[in-house]
Design a protein around this ligand. Structure first.
Ligand code: ADP
Length: 719
């Protein structure tokens, strides 16, 4: 099967030969085969050629001396033009040496066409032979030339050439070679063919294995891209050789020369492509970037490829392919030499591969020149060596790289294992440390929480105490006020009781004197007095009740409350409370109660506490101002005003006391904020008041004040 390639090589690489068949005419044998070389005897010269078709031209006695002469074993373009009809006849008169004439010989034709071959007028090619050689076949059957034939023999060939490609050479007579061998030679040729066929498949398999091997390397280590390129190169080459094999097989399945030719063309393209990949692999191996040279080679390769395919049987195709091949090889040699100079790792292996290939070519050629022929199988292998050796060298280099990488990885893996073991140990230590720290922290947190809890409990207790103190302070003021307030009704009760006693005595006298009119008047006076006594008694009882309510803890139950009355009552209580402490203190009380004010849903005791607190602070402030500068004409005044605003009730408690600067105003509702000297204030009054109004009653408590001018607190409650 290698014949297909050989034939292509013959087609593509034969140099231009302009020899034309010379015209001549004589009946003498045109070729005398007296000497058979070791391998082949070519029936090259002495052929006669004539276009047209006539069965009588097969006869041995036909005189073809007027026909054109023809020399075989020439490139197609050097052959004469075929006729349009395409049928032509060729004749060869030859004489065999006596030694050969006694032996059975074998005849073989290489051609691109269908041939009916006659020997001495007898048709050698039967219909089966014709059927077998319909396609693009280079391995025609052997034709038997029996021993002891006539001394002068005639070969006549009726030839129908195939139309090949639409370009060069299609109009030429594509008869290429005819050879006559002894049976021993024929056996050798057959053996060689068989060896070649096997070797061909071996080469295909080797490249397939290289493809798989290097793709696998690439899969496991994608950073080494040379493996990918090399695998592509090997695949391209493998497919190209396989294409040649299957081209022949394909011919058997689909017997047409077009099929075989297409496969051969594809094979050519694949070889070019795999050449590019070989270059890429080399660049990648030596860590180079494909530069302008590579681009140039690709352009040349791409240009040459169609030329090669379209001019398959032209010498130029062969020349172009050879040129581009040599350029590619030169580039490979250049980068290999450069890598050698740079002492790149593995450069020697690759150089050795290429040098080995080159050496074998030289040796082989030298032996041929010396006339030394190797045995068929060795000869065949030697011819593959220039392809195989560099490929195997590159493969070896890449495999070595892979092994080194793997070794490196192993070392790194061990390092990583070592490091991770260290890290795990450190991590465990850290965890243990953290656990210990956590324990300590938890312990500390528990201790602190306990301490905080205790502080909180203490604080609550202190707060409760302070609130109690605040209440008691209020109570003190209240008690003083109440004592004074109760004094009045009591005086009234006492006075009226005394007056009533006198009136009753007078009544008794009037009754004794039977003065009815006087008695009636006196009785009415007594009744009036008793009314007054009851009124003031009730007033005293109310004051006592108020005091009790104030001192009692609020139940929080809301009830409709008369705000006017509450404000009036607590204004006075507060005033009297302060006066009880300082008899010299006097203040003007101003009230402005809105008539018909709606009752407010509220807790009377709580609201009372708020009002008492506001009034006490107001009296304290005016007292302070009075004491501070003792201005003449200063009248300490505390006022209370109620009014209805929408559905809300407002209570304004105003004074013309010391007033407050802004920074004090900002803090007065904070618990424990006080400007009063120790013992006089707790700082809880306004904070509690704010809570009672805002949270307890859903209202607001606001302040407006100017330092040195006075202050107004406004309570706003929903009615
Ligand atoms: P305490 O009266 O115990 O100080 P409060 O909460 O009732 O606590 O008052 C806080 C502070 O607000 C007082 O110390 C005082 O400085 C200021 N303050 C309250 N009312 C008035 C007012 N009418 N005039 C001036 N300052 C006031």
């Amino acid at each position: 099967m290698k014949h297909l390639l050989l034939l292509l090589l013959v087609l593509l690489s034969a140099g231009p030969c302009l020899a034309q068949p010379t015209k001549g005419a004589n009946q003498t044998p045109d070729s005398h085969v007296g000497f058979v070389p070791r391998w082949r005897s070519l029936l090259t010269k002495g052929w006669r050629y004539h276009a047209g078709d006539d069965p009588t031209w097969a006869r041995p006695d036909f005189d073809a001396s007027t026909w054109d002469t023809l020399t075989l074993n020439r490139p197609v373009h050097a052959m004469p033009r075929a006729t349009r009809a395409g049928v032509c006849w060729l004749r060869l008169r030859f004489r065999l040496a006596d030694s050969l004439r006694q032996r059975n010989l074998a005849l073989q034709f290489y051609r691109l066409g269908t041939a009916d071959i006659y020997l001495n007028g007898r048709l050698l090619t039967d219909s089966a032979h014709r059927a077998r050689t319909r396609g693009f076949c280079y391995e025609p059957d052997w034709l038997e030339v029996p021993a002891n034939g006539p001394a002068e023999q005639v070969l006549a060939v009726r030839f129908v050439p195939w139309r090949l490609f639409p370009l060069l050479g299609t109009d030429r007579l594509p008869l290429l070679q005819a050879r006559l061998l002894t049976q021993r030679q024929r056996q050798r040729v057959d053996t060689k063919c068989a060896v070649q066929e096997t070797n061909y498949w071996v080469i295909t398999t080797v490249f397939l294995l290289l493809t798989l091997l290097h793709y696998t390397f690439y899969l496991y280590n994608p950073t080494q891209r040379a493996n990918r390129y090399f695998a592509r190169y090997a695949l391209g080459f493998c497919l190209a050789t396989m294409g040649v094999n299957y081209g022949i097989i394909g011919f058997a399945i689909l017997p047409s020369w077009q099929w075989s030719a297409a496969i051969a063309a594809t094979g050519g393209a694949l070889v070019t492509l795999s050449g590019f990949y070989l270059l890429r692999a080399m660049y990648s191996l030596f860590g180079l970037q494909p530069g302008r040279v590579y681009v140039g080679l690709v352009v040349i390769g791409c240009l040459v490829l169609p030329i090669k395919v379209l001019t398959m049987i032209s010498p130029w195709a062969g020349l172009a392919a050879l040129l581009s091949g040599i350029l590619g090889l030169a580039e490979i040699v250049r980068i290999t030499v450069r890598a050698l100079r740079q002492r790149r790792r593995g450069a020697r292996i690759i150089a050795a591969g290429f040098a080995g290939g080159l050496l074998i070519i030289l040796l082989y050629t030298g032996l041929r020149l010396l006339g030394i022929y190797l045995s068929p199988s060795l000869d065949d292998w030697v011819s593959y060596a220039p392809i195989l050796l560099p490929a195997l060298a590159i493969s070896l280099f890449l495999a070595r790289e892979f092994a080194l990488d793997a070794e490196l990885l192993l070392v790194k893996l061990r390092e990583v294992e070592h490091l991770s073991a260290q890290t795990i140990a450190q991590e465990q230590d850290k965890q243990a440390l953290l656990a210990a720290q956590n324990d300590t922290l938890e312990h500390q947190v528990a201790e602190r929480t306990d301490a905080l809890q205790r502080s909180l409990t203490d604080l609550h207790a202190t707060q409760a105490q302070l609130i109690q103190k605040e209440k008691m302070a209020g109570l003190g003021e209240l008690t003083a006020g109440i004592a004074h307030e109760i004094q009045n009704p009591l005086n009234f009760v006492n006075n009226f009781s005394e007056v009533s006693t006198e009136l009753v005595e007078e009544l008794q006298q009037a009754l004794a004197a039977r003065d009815t009119a006087e008695a009636t008047e006196l009785a009415s006076d007594v009744a009036q007095n008793l009314g007054k006594i009851t009124e003031h008694g009730k007033r005293a009882a109310a004051i006592v009740r108020g005091m009790l309510e104030h001192s009692r803890t609020s139940t929080g139950e809301r009830a409709p409350t008369d705000v006017n009355q509450l404000a009036d009552e607590y204004l006075r209580l507060a005033y009297q409370g302060l006066r009880a402490k300082d008899k010299t203190f006097n203040a003007q009380l101003q009230t402005d109660f809105a008539p018909g004010l709606p009752l407010v849903e509220g807790v009377g005791a709580d609201l009372g506490r708020v009002l008492l607190n506001l009034f006490s602070n107001a009296f304290y402030a005016v007292h302070q101002r009075q004491q501070a500068n003792g201005q003449l004409g200063y009248v300490p005044t505390v006022s209370v005003r109620t009014k209805q605003v929408g559905d809300r009730v407002e209570i304004e408690v105003g004074d013309n006391g010391t007033g407050m600067p802004a920074e004090v105003q900002a803090k007065i509702f904070q618990p424990f904020f006080t400007t009063k000297p120790t013992g006089e204030g707790t700082g809880l009054g306004l904070s509690l008041s704010h809570d009672i109004i805002a949270q307890g009653h859903g209202g607001t408590l606001t302040v407006e004040s100017q330092a040195g001018q006075g202050t107004t607190f406004t309570i706003c409650l929903p009615s």
